[in-house]
Design a protein around this ligand. Sequence first.
Ligand code: HEM
Length: 501
Amino acid sequence: MSTKQTTTILAVASVATAFTLAVKYKDNQRQKEQLVLETQKKTTAPTCKGYPVIGSLPYVLWHKEKLYEFIAQQMEEMDTLTMFIQMLGRPPRVITIDPEIIEYILRSNFANYPKGLIIRQSLGDLLGDGIFTSNGEVWRYQRKMASHIFNVSNFQNRFTEVFVNELDVICREIFDPKIKTQESVDFHDIMHRYTLDSFALLGYGVELKASTNKEDMPFITSFDICQRNCFERLHSPIARLKEAIQSMYLPFEKTMAYHYKVVHEFSNEIVQERRKKVAEGQEFNDLLYRFMVARNQNGEPLNDQELGDNILNFIIAGRDTTAQLLSWTFYNLMLYPRIEKKLVAEIKTHWPKEIQDPTELLYETLRLYPSVPMATRYNIEDDILPDGTFIKEGTTVAYSAYVLGRSKKIWGSDAKDYSPERWIDKSGKLRRETQGRWPVFSGGPRVCLGQNLAILEAIIAMATMLQKYKFSLVPGQDITYLSSLTFPMKYGLKVYIQQRE
Ligand code: HEM
């Protein structure tokens, strides 16, 4: 069947399924993100290809595994940095990679661009009213509380100690034995276990020991499945329908309700364990402690549900993003021996004194493989964007760091090349980009709280592992991304390990 035929079939099928959801949106008067088709007439941005009424839905469904490539291609064809996309069953959406617009929505006109109801509806089952999904006072008190743990003393002492210890375990118990047996390991999986163990200990005082656990951990499996499901709910109006009829076409697979339950039981166990220890008189000074003594927007102490939401929000932030940054960085080091050689030489000569090379690499990795490839807001009131685009209230506004990082219009003709040198200024110093051109940590009042922690964790991991080991790719594997909230590798990253001379 040709792509065109398939797209047409998808078009017809999606009318029926998405119609129900569209009606649901229309019925809900409270929400501003209604399906208001007239917005299509009013928005002035070029419109993504699509069909009458159902809009681009069939294309998005067809390209859902490579959504960012589809967006990039559409923008290139229309020669635009901002486009409008309408899909039956979803609020109207503007997608942009224009640095000025990104700065504008994240910073200059922050108040008009909160996280939308679509975020709460799509991510709520996983993240509740945590810091990622909330706005206003609910967001503010969480941000204030969490920011307390990112202080200088924690960075100098506690954080470094935990990262070094966790890596030591991984080297001794996983990497060293594999050198002897010459078996491959999944580097991507190990990095996720490293960052999970580190963050569980730093944030919640829990020793998970995921990195040395030989069994599959139900929490990890379910957490990944839930994230992927949130992504589907965010971008596809038929996601809920698929879930509802899953037992008909996949009768032996666990349902989404099961996976959400596993994840919430995990966070609730951490909360109950901590309450018990506090009742026994133990004292703590970590992220969980901060939230247990905090008051919510109503001036009340946080209940178990709120504490659990908080734990899951920070696990997404603290585990996935940094593990993926490390995985994509090591992947590129294996692809480019020249870059690896220079980095190893620098580490051997200068580490643990401060060195610049790893940071250049990490910035470059984030440019091409951003851990959060696309983020969304929505506008409360009608607005005119800096490029003159008019957008009606209730429009979802998404910006894609992935598409932006690979755009020749923004990053020049070598945009797609992995070139850490681009991060060095004329005087040889590391340069930083504006939040508009490099929104990998977001920007404005909601800029990522953990960026320095992530860079510290990644540099310690790079220096520790590269001093000891040489990694090489297992041939013949397909390295690509999985469409999800963050930027995981779809099939992992299998590597062989040798002792470095
Ligand atoms: C490579 C690592 C990381 C990257 C690329 C990254 C990127 C981002 C991005 C793009 C956002 C905005 C998301 C949105 O608007 O929907 C964000 C928010 C956030 N990040 Fe990170 N992050 C990283 C690591 C971390 C770590 C290690 C932590 C802390 C443990 C952390 C804590 C947070 C928090 C709390 C927010 C929410 C801020 C708010 O809404 O006020 N991040 N991060």
